[in-house]
Design a binder for this molecule. Structure first.
Ligand code: NAP
Ligand code: G4F
Length: 353
């Protein structure tokens, strides 16, 4: 029989790509989602896996709902991806971010300890935890031994989540790993993140649907990789004999401004004609530079990035131009027609009564 996996946050960018990867490997995939006033399954539809995954409604602030999700799915592997993941929003809602992005990891680990202690656990940690270290070390690629100096409520919550995963690993012998992933992007990225915001707006300008691109800090540098490759590393981490923590990155840093220039170049436009700096997109604190050293992952997992910066920008801009061109021709997209999964794909506690 194939393995069973539970993915928290299956409706997000990584959740959707990981679900596809695991289905392709023959897993029975369960995913949690939260009830919203408008259904949000467009990424699963986009990848043509909407009717192949089993869905369980939970809220991360509700411990009982997490326990039920584990009892329903009986997982061999748990991938904990759900979080309030937008750094900027964490300055607006620091307490809620602490609860959902930080404390929820303990709720899940506690539930695993009680319900399925043999299950392997992946925690979505982040390069944001390094924070100021990326500047203080002069831009040297960061590895698993570098000091964490978080610069946002989001990063502080993730650092808590990182440590609690290590504590359950050492204290309760749960197979818990931390994937310290640097920024990874794709056409399935949320629209508020800078890469997709740029790609989307450049495509609209190209097609006459928008006139300008408004951004905040153009000088920030990030190590941007390609999300479908990064979810492979999550799976690889859980196939090891021993649990450990790994940096996943490309090893290259580029500024937001470089991303803008490349995106407009691909669209055949001059960026200076359209870019406006807007204070509303500045943060109270912003990590100036993050670049990662993936040599441990390469050595231990056999993982290395294939899509680098220029190719990534090209994939994203071309896909947005393609989407908006089709939209102009009257085509419908998954996000135009919100949908519910077929009923036999939703699992609730009532099914166990
Ligand atoms: P994402 O697209 O924002 O997805 C986040 C997921 O969490 C969504 O499914 C979202 O549900 C769910 N969620 C948020 N609040 C919730 C709540 N209260 N209850 C239940 N579910 C909730 O993020 P991503 O880019 O896929 O990232 C996956 C994980 O990796 C996140 O933990 C993120 O912080 C971390 N990470 C991401 C990166 C990156 O560059 N992408 C790098 C390092 C770490 P809705 O769809 O309903 O909003
Ligand atoms: O795309 P961003 O919002 O990503 P950020 O803050 O680096 O966080 C992402 O990567 C983390 C991994 O390091 C994840 F843990 C996290 O969940 C998330 O996926 O912003 C990137 C940079 C920042 O310096 C920001 O200030 O772009 C700068 N920026 C400039 N103008 C902007 C904008 N960011 C956004 N979102 N919107 C702007 O208009």
């Amino acid at each position: 029989m194939g393995k069973r996996a539970l993915i928290t946050g299956i409706t997000g960018q990584d959740g959707a790509y990981l679900a596809k990867l695991l289905l392709d490997k023959g897993y029975e995939v369960y995913g949690t989602y939260r009830r919203l006033s408008t259904p949000n399954f467009w990424r699963l539809e986009y990848l043509n896996i909407f009717d192949k995954v089993n869905l369980i409604p939970i809220d991360l602030s509700d411990h009982g709902s997490i326990v039920e999700a584990l009892k329903i799915s009986e997982p061999d592997e748990v991938y904990h991806l759900a979080a309030q993941s937008f750094v900027e929003a964490s300055f607006e809602t620091p307490v809620a971010t602490g609860d959902i992005t930080g404390l929820s990891t303990t709720r899940i680990l506690e539930a695993i300890r009680q319900v399925c202690p043999e299950a392997k656990f992946y925690n979505a940690a982040t390069s944001e935890m390094f924070g100021k270290t990326g500047l203080l070390n002069g831009g040297k690629p960061l590895n698993e031994n570098d000091v964490f100096r978080p610069m946002s409520p989001y990063a502080a919550a993730k650092l808590y989540s990182y440590w609690i995963s290590r504590i359950y690993r050492e204290g309760y012998k749960i197979f818990a790993v931390n994937g310290i992933l640097f920024n990874h992007e794709s056409p399935l990225r949320g629209l508020e993140f800078v890469t997709r915001k740029i790609a989307n707006e450049v495509a609209k300008i190209k097609l006459g649907l928008s006139k300008e691109l408004r951004l905040g800090n153009l000088d920030a540098k990030r190590d941007w990789g390609y999300a479908p490759e990064y979810v492979e590393s999550m799976w690889l981490m859980l196939q090891q004999e021993e649990p450990d923590d790994y940096v996943i990155a490309t090893g290259e840093a580029h500024s937001v401004k470089e991303f803008v220039e490349k995106a407009f170049e691909i669209a055949g436009l001059n960026w200076e004609d359209y870019l406006r700096v807007d204070k509303r997109f500045m943060r109270p604190l912003d990590v100036p530079c993050l670049v990662g050293d993936f040599s441990k992952a390469e050595h231990m997992l056999g993982w290395r990035p294939r899509v680098k910066f220029d190719k990534l920008v090209e994939i994203m801009v071309k896909e947005e131009i393609n989407r908006w061109s089709r939209w102009l021709r009257g085509e419908k997209f998954p996000w135009d027609a919100p949908n519910y999964p077929s009923e036999n794909k939703i699992f609730t506690r009532a099914l166990r009564m």
